[in-house]
Every structure is written in structure tokens, then in C-alpha cells.
Design a protein around this ligand. Structure first.
Ligand SMILES: *[C@@H]1O[C@H](CO)[C@@H](O)[C@H](O)[C@H]1NC(C)=O
Ligand SMILES: *[C@@H]1O[C@H](CO)[C@@H](O)[C@H](O)[C@H]1NC(C)=O
Ligand SMILES: *[C@@H]1O[C@H](CO)[C@@H](O)[C@H](O)[C@H]1NC(C)=O
Ligand SMILES: *[C@@H]1O[C@H](CO)[C@@H](O)[C@H](O)[C@H]1NC(C)=O
Ligand SMILES: *[C@@H]1O[C@H](CO)[C@@H](O)[C@H](O)[C@H]1NC(C)=O
Ligand SMILES: *[C@@H]1O[C@H](CO)[C@@H](O)[C@H](O)[C@H]1NC(C)=O
Ligand SMILES: CC(=O)N[C@H]1CO[C@H](CO)[C@@H](O)[C@@H]1O
Length: 826
């Protein structure tokens, strides 16, 4: 009997394997490209992190990515989200990465799975769970430490096993063509010394032993051990060479923009420069490119990295935080991808020759038996060029690449954007009977135990790093008491409390009374808090509340960087020119993690409805809960919550956390350039910024799937004190669209889902300014263009008009590039 079942099981297994190997895809590589079923491929991939959107958004994001010309979707795997407490796993909702990969597969795209499990990603603690840091025997992460390595292997194996079980590796017929172990370790390896090398070799062996049947990559790892493929991350990777001649030139992080920090202005990257960097990479032999990010999304809950990453992780990616096309970036890249794909064969097989034509101009010719393809690039940052090439003349603007798929016709130039620009507008909640002002109820957070009684769950004669509290909350209370009388040397009229802080926010209370708060400024991650206090004779209660906005996620030994109150904590008495200091750092301290009303999973603890008051709504009150109801905005446009007027805190819609909010944190005012940003010249995250002097983040994404029919509930925990009276829900839609087309190209303008209602500006010639602020330049064509546009476009969802010199000209712009430009109202 036993034998029989085993035999049956065995034959079933064999049968199953046969079936799966039928669909198996063989992924390998040579020095030129990744090969799929033996064929060299030119692959364009984009990062979309599943926890930064919702399962309801995934199909639309992936569909748009496919239409944008992508072959693959890349994601990290987020260890601390999946294993928040040791061996307690969560793969539900937006953590269902298996479902995410299957959605990618359903859309006919490949997937790249970067397991890490250290991921950086501006994600809380770089993806490591805090319990890992607190395990006995772990002094340091990401190094040759057996306890750490055992846990890393345990999690990596779990993920690989889950993927194998669902047959999602290409070798099993699934979509995953590549996987990654570790992440940018090469950037930080030196401080780990010999142990770092031992660790990275172990990572490679461990990964290889998991036998996934597709290649492993290691990014930014110039000594990546075989068979790992070393890949490049950065703003530009045109000059990157992998360490092994048998590895293709791959770019795993082509930064499409940059992340935003509380207190900093908003970085963006121009479309022209991103297209330039990508085209240069392919010009110089690159065959795999991944945009980091293609859709950035939202740091829901407490997932944002530290110390100051905002809730929005928009990244200026081709798809914005809400999943709307970021035009013209999305469209200009789509055009580039389509052209590159049409050249796949010759770019992955052809003989290459590069010619330096002087003055930073170079030509690259790819030749194969099937034909040839050419690139002309101008790296000069100021001077446009007229290039004579193979008997013809080409106009190549400064800092741009022209692509000639047949070595004759210039079909694409990275600096000549022929895609429309969209300006997104926010509209008031149109739900029926929705009042203009929301009605609020409120209640105080009960903080008597910590602030008055000084009661905590743990005590010690040493101060504690906030990491030791296992990340169950943003909040950690530090409490001690101090016995003084009038004869004490520190007793005087001028006393203050001084705290050396490494956390992001500190609130202080003495004898139940609030004495003040302070928070870190962007760029200076350490401060000393000092406020005047009054003590009373006898026992005095000192309570400090340290607040994190995410644990450090990057840097050599980032896992050990201090966070919280680590001292000294001092009482200072000043009498005349005499100063007496009492150091409280090694007093008996008690600690309490969290707030009474939020549980360790960041869910709101239910309270009796009688605790909510509807009268005397307080404003500027610290540690206060606010609650309101609202109707779901009509339509399908994405929903945004305007929290202007509030201080800092956490927000939930129908019990689901939409993240931390902090609109009172104003972005530094000095980095914005008046006239936008010149795309020419090397980019870095400081070069192009916007929103200077404005709230770092005023609007918060509320995914439609968080909403219900009828009444929804919004709950806010206001930590700093604020005024909720102007809080409101809005929907996002394309408010105006601007078309642009160079001579002989087609200008397309659209108002998705609606119709074009007016044409505000139209001109053929040399146009200045950007969408919303166009100005005629020095030369222009016929005057009746506006009428032509009105006739073609009004009342339609989209219209297309060719920039035809015969129709709109003639214009002699004397060397200045002519284009057709129009702005329409949706
Ligand atoms: C991970 O560790 C647990 C014990 O904590 C063990 O039961 C499990 O088998 C381990 N998994 C792997 C893949 O090693
Ligand atoms: C850019 O072009 C200008 C004008 O031809 C020239 O003077 C300059 O040297 C060039 N710069 C580079 C880096 O080639
Ligand atoms: C490519 O180069 C090789 C070696 O120089 C040569 O044998 C081959 O004919 C070339 N192919 C083409 C299409 O030029
Ligand atoms: C204050 O904290 C910082 C950061 O942890 C530390 O480098 C510094 O030594 C501390 N200052 C004193 C006086 O201990
Ligand atoms: C603003 O500019 C300063 C120097 O001018 C720089 O140090 C800082 O990083 C910039 N901030 C941002 C967000 O670019
Ligand atoms: C546009 O097309 C016309 C007619 O084919 C041609 O003469 C002209 O050179 C083209 N202009 C550009 C910039 O390609
Ligand atoms: C070295 C470096 O700048 N690494 C960054 C690469 O990009 C990721 C994603 O934005 C960041 O997390 C790293 O800090």
C-alpha cells in the first residue's frame, strides 16, 4: 500500500515536471546580453514596489508599464513587512507579492525579483526587521556574522520556496528571469574589512545553492563572485563595464527622479536628461536597463525610511504616485523604448564602432548581416551641433542623442520632446450632499501614565536606543524622576533641561506639564534640545517622548546608527556666572513604547464612542485625536487628502493607515531655480528641485480601494497640534494639456476621459516657457493657428495635428528649432 502511494506520487511528480519543463524558459547570458531561450535580448525594465500601491492598482500600473514599452517589472522583497515579528509572516493585501508577480505574468511581462533581503529603497531600516538587530549574538548586520547569516538565509529561502511552489521562475515556466541577492554592497563594503569579502562570497554561494534556474545579479559589486552578474546603479551608466567579460552591461537602477525628505524641496529629473542617459547607455553597448522607479507610489503606514523620508514616494517616475501618466516623461520614454526594441537584433548582435568626432560629439555604428543602426551623441553641455555623418547633415542639440535606426533617418532625439505635457489639477469632492467643511469629533490621547505617573513597561539605569523597542511604534517614552530641594547646588531661578537628541522629534514634560519640542532639520541629523524648566522641592517627574519618522536605511553600518535619546540628559542650573549640571543619563529610567490608542500593528485601538466629543473642537492641541466622516468622491479619478493646517501625525481611512503626515514641515526655500531646470549637463539630486518654501507634503494618497460605498471614516492622530478645519478630499485629473511637436512630427493632445473645452495658446515657431506659461519667441508662423486648433480639438477627447511647415509656416527661425505648441483646457 505504502509502496503504491509512493509510486503514484512519484509518477505524478514526474508528470508534473514534464508539464512544467514544456513551458520552461531558459534564461542565461553572454558578454553581450541576457539570453532567453538562446536569443539575445534588449530588455527594458521598470521598478514598481508592490507594497507602495494596492492590489487593486497593480493591473492598471502594469498595463501602463507594458504600453510604455517595458519588457519587465522589477521589485524588491520587503523583509520587515513580511516578517514583522520573528516567524510571524504577513503576505496579505498589498504584501501578496506572489499575486503581484502573477499579475505581471498575466500581462505578458517578465519579472525581476530583487530579494536582497537588504533593500535600502528609502524603506524603514532598509527592509531589515528590528527584531533581527535585537537578536542575541548579532552585533552587526550585512557582515560575516553567523546569527545574521542564518536569518538572512532563512528568509531568502522562504521567499525562493514560495516562488518555486508557484512555479514563477522562468526555469519553471514563470515570468522571473533574474533575481538579486544583497544590494549595492560594494558601495559600503570597505568599512567591513575582510569580513565584508567573506560575507559577499557567502551571499553568492548561498544564493547559487538555492538553484533557481535563472541568473543572479549583484548590483554595484565590482568584485561579484561567479556566477553572479555585476550590474550598475546610478544617474548615468554609459561608461560602466562589468567585472566579467562574460557578463552583459546591465543597469539595474536608472534613477528616473529622486525621493523626497521632510524639510527638503522636491527633486525632479528632466525628461530630456533621463532619455539622454538611457539612450547613451544603449549607444555604448548596454542591453538591460531598469528605471528606478517606474512607479514610486506611497509609503503607507510606518514604512518610510529614515531618518526623514516622506510618505509620498512619487520619485518623479513615469507613472506618478497615483498611477497617472507623468507626461511628457512617460510618452517620451515610450517612444525611445519602441525605437530601441526595433533595433534589438542589431544592437545585440552587430559589430560596433564608435567614432569620436571632436567637441564631445560621437557616432556609434552597429552593423550586422541584417542591417545597421546608428547613434549620434552630443555630450557638449552648451553648444548645439550640426553633424556631418555618412554624407548627410544632422542637427544634434547639446546634451542629446539622436537615433538613426537605419543609419539615415533621424527618428528620435532625446532633447526634442514630441509628447504632450499634462498638468494635474485637484477638484473638490463632488459626492452628493458632501458638506464643504467636514464635521469633526475629537478626544485627547490619554498620556497620564507616562507624563504624570512616569509608569513604563521596562526600566534600566541606562538610556535606550529606540531600535531596542523592536519598532512596534513611532513613539518611545523615556521617564525618570529627580529629587531636589532648595539646598541642592542646582537649585536656582534659572534652570533648564538639556537633551542631546539623535531621534527625529523630541517632546518634553516636567511634572505633567509640556515644556516644548524640537525636531531635526533636513541635512543636520542631530540636535540639542534645551528649554527652561521649573522644578518643585521633592520628587520631580521628567518625561521625554522620542519620535522616529523611520529608521536609517542606508550607509556603511547604517544598522547601528543611533536613534532616540542616548544622552546626555542634563538639568542645568545657572546662578550668576556659575553653572551646575546634573547628569540624569544614568538615573533609573523607565520606558514605554507606543501610545495607548495605537496597537503594535499600527491599528487604532477601539474606544467607547462616548469618549469622542463634538463640542469645543480644539485647535493647536498636542496629542489629540480627530475623527470625521466623508462620502466617497464620485467617479474613478484618484483621491487625495489635503491636510493643510495640521501639524504632524498619523492618518487612517476606514482603519487603513495612509501614512505619516507632516504638512507643517516647510521645505527649505533656497534651492529652487527661477526658470526651471536646464536639462543640459550632469544631473544630481540637488540640481532640479521645486516646491521651495511650501509644505514638504500637503496632499496624501487615499487609494480608492480603501473607500466604501456611503460613509467613510477619517481618523487623525495629531501629535504637534493643528487645525483640521480646512482638511478636505479631492480628486486628481488632467486640468490642462500642452502639445509640442517639432517640424514634421505629430502633435497629440488629450484630456483623458473628458473633452477638450478650449484652446488657450497655439503657435508655430520658436516658443519660450513651459506648459501654462508659454510665450511667443522671436519668430512665428501664420496667425490663424489658434482657429485651426480649435476646429481640430474642441469637443474631442484627443486630437492630433501635424507640425507641417506648408500649413503653419513658412517660418525662418535662423537656426532656432521650430515647433508647434498648443495649450488646451480640459
Ligand atoms: C527557518 O527557521 C525555522 C525555525 O525558526 C525553521 O523551522 C525553518 O525550517 C527555517 N527555514 C529554513 C528555510 O531554513
Ligand atoms: C563645447 O562646445 C564649445 C563650442 O564649440 C567648445 O568651446 C567647448 O570646448 C565644448 N566643450 C566640450 C566639453 O567639448
Ligand atoms: C563583424 O566583425 C567580424 C570580425 O571582424 C567580421 O568577420 C564580420 O564580417 C563583421 N560583420 C559585419 C556584418 O560587418
Ligand atoms: C550627542 O549625540 C551625538 C550623536 O549620538 C554624539 O556624537 C555626541 O557625542 C553626543 N554629545 C555628547 C556631549 O555626548
Ligand atoms: C540645497 O542646497 C544645499 C547647498 O546649496 C545642499 O547642501 C542641499 O542638499 C540642497 N538640498 C536639496 C534637497 O537639494
Ligand atoms: C519636413 O518635411 C519636408 C518635406 O518632406 C522636408 O523638406 C523638410 O526637410 C523636413 N524637415 C525636417 C526638420 O525634417
Ligand atoms: C549610492 C547611492 O546613492 N545609492 C542609492 C541608490 O538608489 C537607491 C534608490 O533611490 C537609494 O536607496 C540608494 O541610497
Amino acid at each position: 500500500m505504502m509502496r503504491f502511494t509512493t509510486l503514484l506520487l512519484f509518477s505524478l511528480l514526474v508528470l508534473h515536471q514534464c508539464i512544467s519543463t514544456i513551458n520552461a524558459t531558459e534564461v542565461s547570458h553572454d558578454g553581450r546580453a541576457i539570453t532567453i531561450d538562446g536569443k539575445r535580448r534588449l530588455l527594458i525594465s521598470g521598478s514598481i514596489h508592490y507594497p507602495r500601491s494596492t492590489p487593486e492598482m497593480w493591473p492598471d500600473l502594469i498595463k501602463k508599464a507594458k504600453e510604455g514599452g517595458l519588457d519587465a517589472i522589477e521589485t524588491y522583497v520587503f523583509w520587515n513587512a513580511h516578517e514583522p515579528f520573528r516567524r510571524q509572516y504577513d503576505f496579505s493585501g498589498n504584501l501578496d507579492f506572489i499575486k503581484f508577480i502573477k499579475t505581471v505574468q498575466d500581462h505578458g511581462l517578465y519579472a525581476v525579483l530583487r530579494i536582497g533581503p537588504y533593500v535600502c529603497a528609502e524603506w524603514n531600516y532598509g527592509g531589515f526587521p528590528l527584531w533581527l538587530h535585537n537578536m542575541r549574538g548579532i552585533n552587526e548586520l550585512r557582515t560575516a556574522n553567523t546569527v545574521y547569516m542564518r536569518e538572512m538565509q532563512n528568509f531568502t529561502t522562504l521567499i525562493v520556496d514560495m516562488v518555486k511552489k508557484e512555479k514563477l521562475f522562468a526555469s519553471q515556466g514563470g515570468p522571473i528571469i533574474l533575481s538579486q541577492v544583497e544590494n549595492e554592497y560594494g558601495n559600503v563594503m570597505a568599512p567591513y574589512g575582510h569580513a565584508g569579502k567573506v560575507y559577499v562570497d557567502w551571499c553568492a554561494k548561498m544564493a547559487d545553492s538555492l538553484d533557481i534556474g535563472v541568473p543572479w545579479i549583484m548590483c554595484q559589486q565590482s568584485d561579484a563572485p561567479e556566477p553572479m552578474i555585476n550590474t550598475c546603479n546610478g544617474w548615468y551608466c554609459d561608461h560602466f563595464t562589468p567585472n566579467d567579460p562574460n557578463s552583459p552591461k546591465m543597469w539595474t537602477e536608472n534613477w528616473s527622479g529622486w525621493f523626497k525628505s521632510w524639510g527638503a524641496s522636491d527633486p525632479y529629473r528632466t525628461t530630456e536628461d533621463l532619455a539622454y542617459a538611457t539612450a547613451r547607455f544603449f549607444q555604448l553597448g548596454g542591453t538591460f536597463n531598469n528605471y528606478y522607479m517606474y512607479h514610486g507610489g506611497t509609503n503607507f503606514g510606518r514604512t518610510a525610511g529614515g531618518p526623514l523620508i516622506t510618505t509620498s514616494y512619487d520619485y518623479d517616475a513615469p507613472l506618478d504616485e497615483y498611477g497617472i501618466f507623468n507626461q511628457p516623461k512617460y510618452g517620451h520614454l515610450k517612444e525611445l523604448h519602441d525605437i530601441l526594441h526595433s533595433m534589438e537584433k542589431v544592437l545585440t548582435h552587430g559589430n560596433v564602432s564608435h567614432t569620436d568626432m571632436g567637441n564631445s560629439i560621437s557616432a556609434s555604428v552597429y552593423q550586422s548581416t541584417d542591417g545597421s543602426a546608428c547613434f549620434l551623441s552630443n555630450k557638449n553641455t552648451t553648444t548645439d551641433a550640426t553633424v556631418k555623418f555618412q554624407g548627410a547633415t544632422y542637427d544634434v542639440p547639446a546634451w542629446s542623442v539622436s537615433i538613426l535606426p537605419d543609419c539615415k533617418n533621424d527618428v528620435y532625439n532625446t532633447a526634442k520632446v514630441n509628447t504632450e505635457t499634462w498638468v494635474i489639477e485637484k477638484k473638490a469632492n463632488q459626492a452628493e450632499q458632501e458638506p464643504v467643511a467636514l464635521k469633526w469629533a475629537w478626544r485627547p490621547e490619554n498620556i497620564d501614565d507616562t507624563v504624570v505617573k512616569g509608569k513604563g513597561e521596562k526600566s534600566s539605569s541606562e538610556l535606550m536606543d529606540q531600535k531596542a523597542a523592536n519598532d512596534v511604534s513611532d513613539y518611545l517614552w523615556y521617564m525618570t524622576s529627580l529629587n531636589v530641594d532648595e539646598n541642592d547646588p542646582i537649585w536656582c531661578d534659572d534652570m533648564s533641561l538639556r537633551v542631546n537628541c539623535t531621534g527625529q522629534v523630541l517632546h518634553a514634560y516636567v511634572n505633567g506639564e509640556y515644556i516644548g519640542r524640537e525636531f531635526v532639520t533636513y541635512g543636520i541629523f542631530h540636535y540639542v534640545f534645551e528649554k527652561k524648566i521649573k522644578l518643585k522641592p521633592g520628587l520631580n517627574q521628567i518625561t521625554l517622548l522620542s519620535v522616529t519618522t523611520g529608521f536609517q536605511h542606508y550607509g556603511p553600518k547604517f544598522d547601528k546608527i543611533a536613534n532616540g535619546v542616548l544622552g546626555p540628559v542634563e538639568i542645568i542650573g545657572r546662578k550668576g556666572d556659575q553653572t551646575v549640571i546634573t547628569d540624569l543619563s544614568s538615573h533609573k529610567w523607565s520606558f514605554q513604547a507606543g501610545l495607548k490608542s495605537i496597537d503594535r500593528n499600527n491599528n487604532i485601538v477601539k474606544v467607547d464612542s462616548s469618549e469622542w466629543k463634538t463640542h469645543e473642537l480644539p485647535t493647536q492641541r498636542k496629542m489629540t485625536w480627530y475623527k470625521t466622516t466623508f462620502k466617497t468622491p464620485t467617479g474613478t479619478d484618484p483621491v487625495s487628502l489635503d491636510l493643510n493646517g495640521l501639524g504632524k501625525g498619523l492618518a487612517w481611512v476606514n482603519g487603513k493607515s495612509i501614512g505619516r503626515y507632516w504638512p507643517s514641515n516647510i521645505a527649505e526655500s533656497h534651492n529652487c531655480t527661477k526658470n526651471g531646470c536646464d536639462y543640459r549637463g550632469k544631473y544630481d539630486f540637488n540640481k532640479c528641485v521645486r516646491d521651495c518654501g511650501l509644505p514638504t507634503q500637503r496632499w496624501y494618497h487615499v487609494p480608492r480601494s480603501f473607500l466604501v460605498d456611503g460613509e467613510n471614516e477619517l481618523v487623525l492622530f495629531e501629535e504637534f497640534g493643528g487645525n483640521p478645519s480646512s482638511v478636505n478630499f479631492q480628486t486628481l485629473t488632467v486640468g490642462k494639456a500642452c502639445g509640442s511637436a517639432y517640424e514634421n512630427k505629430t502633435m497629440e493632445i488629450s484630456c483623458p476621459g473628458r473633452s477638450i473645452t478650449g484652446v488657450r495658446f497655439a503657435l508655430y515657431g520658436d516658443v519660450q516657457g513651459t506648459c501654462g506659461s508659454f510665450q511667443p519667441g522671436t519668430c512665428q508662423g501664420k496667425k490663424d493657428i489658434l482657429d485651426v486648433l480649435k476646429k481640430e480639438c474642441i469637443g474631442k477627447e484627443k486630437c492630433a495635428v501635424e507640425a507641417n511647415e506648408a500649413v503653419f509656416g513658412p517660418v525662418n527661425c535662423q537656426g532656432v528649432k521650430k515647433r508647434l505648441v498648443a495649450e488646451v483646457v480640459c
